[in-house]
Design a protein around this ligand. Structure first.
Ligand code: C2O
Length: 546
């Protein structure tokens, strides 16, 4: 493969949205950031220069990073942050992945504006397993705050007070026609009548799962998270933050303008959310409108209601691999992880503005009752690689400490998360199954769970409490989809499988940003195998230290 060199300069740039200009952290002055295009098998070398006032790291979301965990990017997991004035070069090779991924800052709140698309074309000389699209367009769904997002996210992390309400959703950085001062900058995608194009849809939003649709057009799903899927046709997509979906769209409607639109899928009952709609325009270039075609107003789509779990589930359960795949069997590690929010008592003497949960509590989140805490003086990978003691422990529980009805509103005394930096150790080559069970301690909602460094098969999902006797019968061990982010349905569960063939330290977490801040994550250590080809590479010389 080829090697592609890029410079990413992290800097504050004035960006105007919703009638106001903010000094926004960008890459190379661009918002959203640059789109990177490579072929499967190519190497990327990205020199990140931090000219902003904040620490930063960049994560290549979904890239497997075989043996190159040092380039994965999550702050204090695989590296210390790149400090202001410093730089770090990420170097990694795309191996076996084709489709759409993306990159984003993985340092506190910065991914609000520091993100972009990573497009992986087939290996040189090879073609798509579907009709060759005329054009390809990244469609990045995002969120915009009419204030500095650092304040929004800091407050949310501290208190859990209504943080999630952004001021606009965006498509390719633009709120679109339905927002004030936005229509002249609305994203427009041009098409020629009759042609088939590929939309690479990415949910880069901070805290919101989103429905996406295009008025009057059918969408044929052909890929997700840089793996091909068995094609299926739908009128609406649902993406959790972190997920990507590639769709073919045929321009088979009367030449005109059609809205593409995205709006929240907010599964949590009673929690506040942004109920606005972002739009872009699909515009037929050959529109030769005479009398009866729409000249100025784009055709409006219909989107599901914000709480339409039936539509979201119907969509997520349609995914299949294109053909029979080798799903790991004879499982070595049978894990059961709960994912959900919770409440902790506020520390004595804390100011009440820091404890905005009910009855003097604060919001928290956990997996198996452990609220994940990152170290601040080492990265976990460095501590693991150099054998530095005291940075983490390896006693992350394989099962929750107590079992209860995860779908009911149980007493919080049953479930008081403890804080800790607990990892779970996997032998090289272990065949792993993880049941991800949503809990409903304080509120029930859908959680998009992302695993770094791996793709996994989603072999089943369902509602209620996972029941091994009943639910193993539903496992798809024939053609399940390969993903890097799985939606755990509200009051439900998802089962994933993977082979631990990539040594390193790998974060698994909810991709709703505010939930990571509350502790909804853990990390796996995957040990080296016997040969050098089964072992983590040496750290790069310019790896940032804390
Ligand atoms: Cu896209 Cu750990 O994240």
């Amino acid at each position: 493969g080829k090697t592609h060199y890029h410079d990413f300069v992290i800097q504050a740039t004035p960006v105007k949205r919703l009638c106001k200009t903010h000094n926004t952290i960008t890459v190379n002055g661009q918002f959203p950031g640059p789109t990177l295009e490579v072929n499967n098998g190519d190497t990327l070398v990205v020199n990140v220069v931090n000219k902003a006032r904040y620490n930063v790291t960049i994560h290549w979301h979904g890239v497997r990073q075989m043996r190159t965990a040092w380039a994965d990017g999550p702050e204090f997991v695989t590296q210390c942050p790149i400090r202001p004035g410093k730089s770090y070069t990420y170097r990694f090779t795309i191996q076996g992945q084709e489709g759409t991924l993306w990159w984003h800052a993985h340092s506190s709140w910065l991914r609000t504006t520091v993100y972009g698309a990573l497009i992986i074309h087939p290996k040189e000389g090879e073609s798509y397993p579907f009709v060759k699209p005329k054009r390809e367009t990244p469609i990045m769904l995002g969120e915009w705050w009419d204030t500095n997002p650092i304040d929004v996210v800091r407050r949310a992390t501290r208190t859990g007070a209504a943080p999630n309400v952004s001021d606009a959703y965006t498509i390719n950085g633009q709120p679109g026609d339905l927002y004030k001062c936005s229509s002249k900058d609305t994203t427009i995608v041009h098409v020629d009548a009759g042609e088939t194009n590929l939309l690479r849809v990415i949910n880069a939003a901070l805290n919101q799962q989103l429905f996406f649709t295009v008025a009057n057009h059918k969408l044929t799903v052909v890929g997700a998270d840089a793996s091909y899927v068995k094609p299926f046709t739908t009128s609406v997509l649902m993406l959790g933050p972190g997920q990507t979906t590639d769709v073919l769209i045929k321009a088979d409607q009367p030449p005109a303008k059609y809205y593409m639109a995205a709006r929240a899928y907010a599964s949590a009952q009673g929690a506040p959310f942004d109920n606005t709609t972002t739009t872009a325009i699909l515009e037929y270039k050959t529109a030769s409108c005479s009398s009866n075609c729409v000249k100025t107003n784009p055709v409006s789509p219909s989107l599901p209601a914000y709480n339409d779990t039936a539509t979201a589930t119907a969509f997520t359960t349609k995914f299949r691999s294109p053909r029979k795949v080798e799903v790991p069997t004879d499982i070595d590690e049978n894990l059961f992880f709960t994912v959900g929010l919770g409440l902790n008592n506020c520390p004595k003497g804390a100011r009440s503005r820091n404890c905005q949960g009910p009855n003097g509590t604060r919001f928290t989140a956990s997996m198996n009752n452990v609220s994940f805490v990152l170290p601040s003086n080492f990265s976990l990978l460095q501590a693991h690689h150099q054998g530095i003691p005291g940075v983490f422990s390896t006693d992350f529980p394989a099962k929750p400490p107590v079992k209860f009805d995860y779908t009911g509103n149980v007493s919080r005394s049953l479930w008081q998360p403890i804080r800790g930096t607990k990892l779970y150790k996997l032998k090289y080559g272990a065949r792993v199954q993880v049941v991800l069970q949503g809990t409903s301690i304080f509120t029930a909602e859908n959680h998009p769970i992302h695993l770094h460094g791996y793709d996994f098969y989603i072999i089943a999902e369902g509602f209620g409490n996972f029941n091994p006797k009943r639910d193993t019968a539903k496992f798809n061990l024939v053609d399940p989809p390969l993903r890097n982010t799985a939606s755990v349905p509200v009051k439900g569960w998802t089962v994933i499988r993977f082979v631990a063939d990539n040594p390193g330290v790998w974060l698994m977490h909810c991709h709703l940003d505010v939930h990571i801040g509350w502790g909804l994550g853990m990390a796996f250590i995957v040990e080296n195998g016997v040969s050098e080809l089964e072992s983590l590479e040496a750290p790069p010389v310019d790896l940032p230290v804390c």
